[in-house]
Ligand binder design. Structure first.
Ligand SMILES: [Zn+2]
Length: 307
């Protein structure tokens, strides 16, 4: 989709195999590959003996069994959820039932803004409205067990309730779907909001962690530089939208055709929503105008500054 970010698509973990990626951090891949999930959801196990599970994953019996098997003989003290998309949070209920651990995060799933009249959540099957965490984590809250401490870093944008987790005393951030090594994530209204997404990138850019473990694919190394490339990528996307609008009023399908060259056809709808996310942001900033609220069917034009 873009050649300005050095994406790394190498990720060879077979589903069901537990791999220790560094001392005290294990990962396990769920077999739910797809255009948005890459090879599948990656679940992390933090600590030894008293462990946290980050993103139990979807309702997938084989994955849930493999995860419970991986922690057999240990105590699961915390079940942490980065966000309430169906590939991340639903298995929390099964893991809680099997282990008695409490769930932490923010839920249930909610949109980043009110729905417009007649608007359906466009990727509606993706939200988990059943996840009600036992403990809601505000920004900066630390949860811990002997051997590890995890700090909640709220990172809205991909979803309104997205949280990353920093592993204290290490360079590690479990970053959910906010930053990934293999692709940029979808920021799709009404789940996602571009202004929030950019603000969360800036927030991560000010932090010290250098090694990110995302919800899909392999680790992001040299993360602060990667985050800056992400920011530049979104700004470049915004600039191409503004350039296209400078040639005249247009709609989202035309913008997608002119901006996303060689797009996987399965991602056309998501690309339209990503463009909508930019247009919502640009409209709120007074740079772009449309009739009524920005919508996927709307026509958009540049606001030319007077004087
Ligand atoms: Zn995901």
């Amino acid at each position: 989709m873009s050649d300005d970010i050095p994406f790394d698509k190498s990720f060879d973990l077979p589903p069901g195999r537990v791999e220790e990626v560094m001392p005290g951090v294990r990962r396990l891949l769920c077999n739910n590959p797809g255009p948005f999930t890459f090879k599948g959801t990656v679940t992390y196990i933090v600590g030894r003996d008293q462990v946290a599970i980050i993103d139990p994953g979807p309702i997938d019996e084989a994955h849930i069994a493999a995860l419970l098997d991986a922690v057999r003989g240990e105590t699961v003290t915390h079940i942490l959820v980065t966000h309430t998309h169906r590939d991340h949070s639903p298995a929390a209920a099964s893991i809680k039932a099997a282990t008695g651990a409490k769930t932490y995060g923010e839920g249930p799933h909610r949109a980043a803004r009110a729905l417009h009249i007649g608007e359906m959540p466009p990727l509606d099957s993706s939200g988990d409205r059943d996840f009600h965490p036992d403990i809601v984590l505000p920004d900066g809250e630390v949860v811990s067990s002997p051997g590890w401490r995890l700090e909640a870093v709220t990172t809205p944008g991909h979803t309104a309730n997205h949280i990353a987790f920093a592993l204290e005393g290490t360079p590690v951030l479990f970053c959910g779907d906010h930053v990934m090594a293999w692709s940029t994530p979808v920021v799709a209204p009404p789940d996602g909001a571009m202004s929030d997404y950019m603000a969360s990138l800036e927030k991560l850019g000010r932090r010290a962690e250098t090694l990110y473990f995302p919800g899909h694919g392999g680790a992001v190394r040299d993360a602060p530089r990667f985050v800056q490339l992400y920011i530049a990528h979104r700004k470049a996307r915004e600039a191409s939208i503004l350039r296209r609008l400078a040639t005249g009023e247009t709609d989202i399908p035309a913008l997608v055709r002119s901006i996303y060259i060689g797009l996987d056809p399965r991602l056309t709808k998501a690309a339209g929503l990503s463009v909508l996310a930019h247009l919502e942001d640009l409209t709120a900033r007074g740079l772009v105008a449309t009739a009524g609220t920005p919508s996927i069917e709307g026509r958009y034009r540049l606001v030319v500054a007077a004087g």
